[in-house]
Design a protein around this ligand. Structure first.
Ligand code: GDP
Length: 298
């Protein structure tokens, strides 16, 4: 229900257009496909995904000898799901000790998402430790402490301006001592200097490799869904400097650009693992492409 509510704006944007096409055309012709294409592009699904969805739809229409545009809606939904590899099951957190580095530019919702994720994992019975390794921004550290308190998880912080590597080192010792399941690391993962970012992530990864070799490693990028194609561009840049294992796409409740989740899947091949559909702790949801597409169209 939260998912459906959270995606209202995107749904209105895509569905109202699509429905008017299905009722407005009496035959399936090039104009019909052009209109669908335009709506998908406007819905931020991106050129790649859109082209492939339209091709797939045309193939289905031909194979099934469909003549009535109204019958195309279900086929279109199917094509979008297939584009997102819906066969894959929703992402599950690894059932072993994990270290998760979280990166993202300022303001995308990184701190909030880490706080929500910590609360979520704790509710699932996992022991979580947070590392406030974004030591450049004092405010970020304080905000994360208040999320940690709300979620009831331990947090290891350093002084403002202190070495993020030292914070991660301390956090690993704490995680080991407490037999933590997940260590979530808030990093100052910014993009304005790729060389620095690469160096910093490289350094943190080396510390983790050395101090915590048994841990499964993930790197999640947080992207602001309201920025649409810009979020996609950011993800591409991050992909150049780090081994990204997944994406947290935030603020989908405030935007009509939720289709960007499809574009990210299709253009980068990186799974969207969580989506943010509001500001409360329950508003971070595990991403399930099947549910997502259903929420958009039904
Ligand atoms: P950071 O600079 O990347 O750490 O960003 P913050 O975590 O401080 O978030 C920036 C703002 O976005 C805050 O006001 C958050 O409450 C808000 N925010 C984060 N995620 C979501 C979301 O999924 N939905 C909405 N509506 N707001 C969000």
């Amino acid at each position: 229900k939260r998912l459906v509510e959270g995606l209202t704006k995107t749904r209105n944007n895509i569905v109202s257009g699509i429905d008017s096409i299905f009722s407005g055309f009496s035959s399936i012709d090039d104009d019909f496909y052009d209109e669908i294409e335009e709506i998908l592009i406007m819905g931020d699904l991106g050129i790649n995904a859109t082209t492939s969805i339209i091709e797939d739809l045309k193939r289905k229409v031909k194979e099934q000898h469909i003549k009535d545009p109204a019958e195309c809606k279900e086929l279109l939904i199917e094509s979008i799901k297939e584009e997102m590899n819906v066969g894959e099951t929703a992402y599950e957190f690894e059932n072993r000790t994990s270290v998760v580095l979280v990166i993202g530019v300022n303001g995308v919702g990184k701190t909030t998402s880490i706080g929500k994720l910590a609360g979520k994992l704790k509710d699932q019975g996992k022991k979580v430790v947070l590392a406030a390794a974004d030591t450049f921004r004092a405010a970020a550290g304080e905000q994360l402490v208040s999320w940690a308190n709300r979620a009831g998880v331990e947090i290891i912080s350093g002084q403002e301006g202190s070495d993020p590597g030292a914070v991660v080192y301390d956090a690993i010792q704490a995680a080991k001592a407490r037999h933590a399941d997940v260590l979530l690391v808030d990093t100052a993962g910014r993009l304005h200097n790729k060389k620095n970012l690469m160096a910093e992530l490289g350094k943190l990864n080396r510390i983790i490799e050395k101090e915590y070799p048994e841990a499964y490693r993930e790197t999640l990028v947080v992207l602001d869904g309201t920025t649409g194609q810009n979020a996609l561009a950011q993800a591409k840049e991050f992909k150049e400097v780090a081994d990204i294992t997944g994406i947290i796409l935030t603020k989908l409740d405030g935007t009509a650009k939720g289709g960007i989740a499809v574009a990210i899947h299709s253009e980068l091949g990186i799974p969207v693992k969580y989506i943010g559909v509001g500001e409360s702790i329950d508003d971070l949801q595990k991403f399930d492409a099947n549910q997502f597409v259903n929420a958009l169209f039904n």
